[in-house]
Write a protein that binds this ligand. Structure first.
Ligand code: SF4
Length: 359
């Protein structure tokens, strides 16, 4: 297997600057609480982390996430340092009343490249039922408008689980009206509070991902999936049946196809632990005691996650394992082994000995 494209540097470093948040989302990976954890990284430790990450070449993008990053009073100092060091930065604030017009404009002034917000329902009733705070939907809609006033690109993240499944197409149509830049459709991994929400079946996932691909052909924004990498397999299968222009477009998209947990992605927790991804909470070091660059490049788990020939079960034999490889986080959450197959994928690779007829 040739060296992975992201063997030396991730494309995305997610830094969970705090787990504090005033929302109580039913699917929260971080199991966020209103108060900050006493052992969060200090301001100076955060500066040192940013300095350490400059050793990556090319420089990754840094996503300031949480919890609600706005709970950290030193957030803007870190953003400004990251921008001054040359990192492209994004921010994922929670849809609370702390996310004011002034704050959104300040993100832009500080050099933030993109703001990501969550829209988990096509109506206030459906969204707020997931977020468990009335008014969250309306505040998020206002924040999107404030970002558009200043041409700050918006990514919308949408949760897919049993409770939201039927509403996802309506969310997509809402985003067309809103004029966002990117839609990230997140297929629930049962970690944190997400364990209490319902899973969808592999058949439902296949149906929704196929719809998503069809929708992507006319949607005026980029679409990506989170923890449903087999969208790439479906896109390639569908594109074989499409026109040459569509195949050309996919060839460009394909350059990012090899990204997945630990391969192009690294996650730093609120207390400095280093994970292959936020939904794959296996600590392999701590930035207080380890060089995050060395951990990303050489830790055995990171190295294994970048080698799809080491995946087990049907993912390890699948002809799409390089571009897809399945969700390592879901494999870990449901089997305890991050190299196992992704249970949400319906596909039966021809090389898989247990292949059976698929309805
Ligand atoms: S079997 Fe695994 S590698 Fe193949 S398409 Fe499904 S999730 Fe991806």
């Amino acid at each position: 297997m040739p060296e992975h494209r992201f063997a030396n540097a991730p494309l995305l470093v997610y830094w969970e600057v705090t787990r504090a948040c005033d929302l109580a989302c039913r699917h929260c990976r971080a199991e966020a609480m209103p108060a900050r954890h006493p052992d969060e990284l200090t301001t100076d430790e955060g500066f040192r982390l940013l300095d350490a990450l400059t050793a990556f070449r090319p420089q990754p993008h840094i996503v300031f996430t949480g919890g609600d990053p706005l709970k950290r009073p030193d957030l803007f100092a870190w953003i400004e340092r990251a921008v001054a060091l040359g990192f492209r930065t994004a921010i994922t604030p929670s849809g609370t009343y702390a996310l004011t017009r002034e704050v959104v404009h300040r993100f832009k002034a500080a050099g933030v490249w993109m703001m990501a917000v969550s829209v988990d329902g096509s109506t206030a009733e459906r969204h707020d039922a997931i977020r468990q705070v009335p008014g969250s939907f309306d505040q998020t809609m206002r924040a999107i408008c404030w970002a558009q006033e200043i041409n700050l690109p918006i990514q919308v993240n949408t949760l897919v689980c049993a409770e939201t499944y039927d509403d996802v197409p309506a969310v997509g149509r809402l985003l067309v009206e809103l004029g966002v830049s990117r839609w990230s459709v997140f297929f629930l991994v049962p970690t944190g509070r997400g364990r209490v929400l319902g899973d969808i079946s592999p058949h439902q996932a296949e149906t929704l991902l196929t719809w998503l691909y069809t929708f992507s052909r006319t949607a005026p924004f980029d679409i990506k999936t989170t923890e449903a990498h087999h969208y790439r397999r479906i896109a390639l299968q569908q594109s074989d049946r499409q026109d040459p222009a569509q195949r050309e477009r996919l060839a460009v998209v394909r350059r990012g196809f090899t990204i997945r947990d630990g391969a192009g992605i690294m996650f730093i927790s609120h207390v400095g632990e280093i994970y292959p991804a936020g939904f794959l909470p296996v600590p392999v070091g701590n930035v207080r005691t380890h060089d995050p660059v060395a951990v990303y490049r050489a830790d055995p788990l990171f190295v294994a996650l970048r080698d799809p020939d080491r995946f087990r079960g049907k993912c390890g034999l699948c002809e799409y394992r390089i571009v897809c490889g399945g969700s390592r986080a879901r494999a870990y959450a449901l089997t305890g082994d991050p190299l196992e197959s992704d249970p949400l994928c319906l596909y039966q690779p021809p090389a898989w000995p247990e292949r059976s007829a698929v309805a």
